[in-house]
Design a protein around this ligand. Structure first.
Ligand SMILES: [Zn+2]
Length: 267
């Protein structure tokens, strides 16, 4: 429960844009209500606007200052950024300078960072996934066909694109999904500031096993390549499996940083 989210839900509800129960938890109803409020151009004034403006300031999406009683374009921008970030507070770390020693006594340049979404989340987490398809699903299909099928499932969720930043196939091909500069939809609560790549298994994932129990060597090598590229181009600080964030098997094994990171990454 987050006080500011509660204020936004209560405010939207009071203005007539149903944001579900005001429970302080971000969810689809909250998002739908706030999007409806953003889309509307009337009925947005009074005490609820004041309370919402304060909440958006507290979450870091608008500068502190006098709060408004009428909805303004500035409020549109702040709320839009907040919705893009799934209601997460804008981390102070995102806008701070990030300096990392590469181990040779100098400093890595800031060009090495990737920021996501209009809120500018610093990419710092890499998450491994499985497409959770069966042992035979991939057979007789081109990689592009499989990619489009996965994308279709995600579009059916109401998402604007495939949720992953890429999918890795049994022959080792990687087809890129969302741009790294876009927030993905692959790990609830950790989408802002993360990259998510999904592997197509050749054995159905039914238990926690070892990577090679479910994926080809080509797939696993390609995943290592993607991770190395990400570690070289972004501020990735953690490499994790989806199962560390949700009660799921995905990707079917425990992800150990050291087994996936490029040489020298931990230094
Ligand atoms: Zn997953």
């Amino acid at each position: 429960m987050r006080q500011e989210i509660h204020a936004l839900q209560a405010g939207a509800n009071a203005l007539g844009f149903s944001a579900g129960r005001a429970d302080g938890l971000w969810g689809p109803k909250t998002e739908a209500g706030l999007l409806a409020l953003l889309a509307a151009h009337e009925g947005r004034w009074g005490d609820p606007v004041e309370a919402m403006h304060e909440a958006i300031i507290d979450l870091g999406y608008l500068a502190a200052g006098p709060v408004s009683r009428v909805w303004t374009p500035e409020l549109d921008r702040g709320l839009r950024a907040l919705v893009d970030a799934e209601g997460l507070p804008r981390a102070g770390a995102v806008v701070e300078e990030v300096m990392v020693s590469p181990g040779w006594g100098g400093w890595v340049s800031h060009e090495k960072q990737v920021l996501q979404g209009s809120a500018g989340y610093l990419v710092s987490l890499f998450v491994l996934h499985t497409t959770a398809t069966t042992a035979t699903w991939w057979q007789g299909k081109s990689n592009r066909q499989m990619f489009e099928e996965v994308r279709g499932w995600h579009l059916a969720n109401g998402w604007r694109d495939i949720g992953y930043h890429g999918v890795i196939f049994p022959d080792g091909e990687v087809i890129e999904g969302r741009a790294w500069s876009e927030v993905g939809a692959h790990v609830i609560g950790h989408n802002a500031g993360s990259l998510g790549y999904s592997m197509v298994p050749v054995q159905t994932v039914t238990h926690m096993g070892k990577p090679e129990d479910f994926y080809t060597r080509e797939t696993l090598e390609a995943m290592r390549g993607v991770i190395a590229k990400a570690c070289n181009a972004t501020q990735i600080r953690r490499i994790a499996g989806h199962n560390e964030f949700a009660n799921k098997l995905c990707p079917g094994f425990k992800v150990e940083d050291a087994a996936w990171a490029p040489m020298g990454w931990a230094a």
